[in-house]
Ligand binder design. Structure first.
Ligand code: FAD
Length: 265
């Protein structure tokens, strides 16, 4: 299979660097093709701005979405954006690996998402009408591809448990897993979290890499997170609220998980 690793850490000799090297070697030994986008090494440009919009008419206010749509449709996007989109289209599965920084992804990775996920590529796809609010949340350009987060954290597992002070990890990762991944159509696998990173040593790293290897080996067999598909009947259109008989009375993020499993396009 073809795997793409989107990797965001500034230091190759870090724990993240070790996990990256481990994953590449393990996947290649298993016979997969691996591409890596090492965002710091590539000196990835994070901010979206007028330089991303060749031909922009600066007599009008700069609108990032409209300009993104224009250059995507015209085939005049910057080469770095086009190259990342091509890697996404090539891949059967994408792994996003990063340290949790301030409860989210590092800014360089957020900037990768903002620039690579162009209007017409990752959003604004499909019919947009009162009957069908786009191909998104389970449908879209990334349909049929799997994605998984590999996230390292200083905090302990208990800090990220259901009653943990940091908030439940599922909730903190919801904007990424449901928003960034499920929205453009990825089948989202459960994350691979690494807690308490300052307490790492050789013995723990060995256990960690064995557990990571097992997750990589079963990436195409494991059950995905059961996010509800927008256009499968659970939501009112065009309000896009969950129908009243589903999870009645609840308003937590967990209501967007169904009992069923995401279908894979
Ligand atoms: P490193 O610091 O490189 O390594 C961690 C430990 O692993 C070190 O002791 C190192 O010696 C050891 N190690 C590395 N490689 C190996 C190996 N091959 N074998 C054995 N041991 C090894 N944490 C949170 O929980 N929540 C937050 O919101 C959060 N926000 C942060 C914001 C910022 C800006 C920063 C800088 C940190 C934040 N942290 C937070 C902590 C952060 O998530 C962790 O520091 C990070 O995940 C650790 O990953 P690393 O690759 O940088 O580890």
């Amino acid at each position: 299979m073809k795997l793409l690793l989107i990797y965001a850490h500034p230091e190759p000799r870090s724990l993240n660097g070790s996990l990256r090297d481990f994953a590449i070697a393990h996947l290649e030994t298993a016979g997969h093709q691996v591409e890596v986008s090492d965002l710091y090494a590539m000196q990835w440009k994070a901010p979206i701005d007028v330089n991303d919009a060749p031909g922009y008419d600066d007599s009008k206010p700069f609108n990032p979405a409209i300009e993104s749509q224009r250059v995507f449709a015209a085939g005049t996007q910057p080469a770095d954006i086009e190259a990342e989109q091509a890697k996404l289209l090539w891949a059967d599965a994408v792994i996003f690996q990063f340290p949790l920084w301030w409860f989210s992804m590092p800014a360089i990775l957020k900037g990768w998402v903002e620039r690579v996920y162009a209007y017409g590529f990752a959003y604004g796809v499909g019919e947009h009408s009162e009957r069908h609010w786009g191909d998104r949340y389970g449908e879209g350009r990334m349909e049929g591809k799997r994605a998984m987060l590999v996230v390292t954290m200083g905090g302990w597992a208990s800090h990220y448990s259901g009653r943990g002070v940091n908030g439940a990890l599922d909730d903190l990762l919801f904007p990424i897993q449901h928003g960034v991944l499920f929205y453009p159509g990825f089948t989202v696998m459960p994350p691979f979290p690494v807690y308490k990173t300052s307490k790492m040593d050789a013995a723990r790293f060995e256990q960690l890499s064995a557990a990571y290897a097992a997750r990589l080996d079963s990436l195409f067999d494991d059950e995905p997170l059961p996010f509800r598909r927008q256009n499968a009947g659970d939501y009112e259109i065009p309000a896009l609220t969950l129908k009243p008989h589903i999870a009645p009375g609840r308003q937590d993020l967990g209501i967007h998980m169904g009992d069923g499993i995401q279908s894979e396009g």
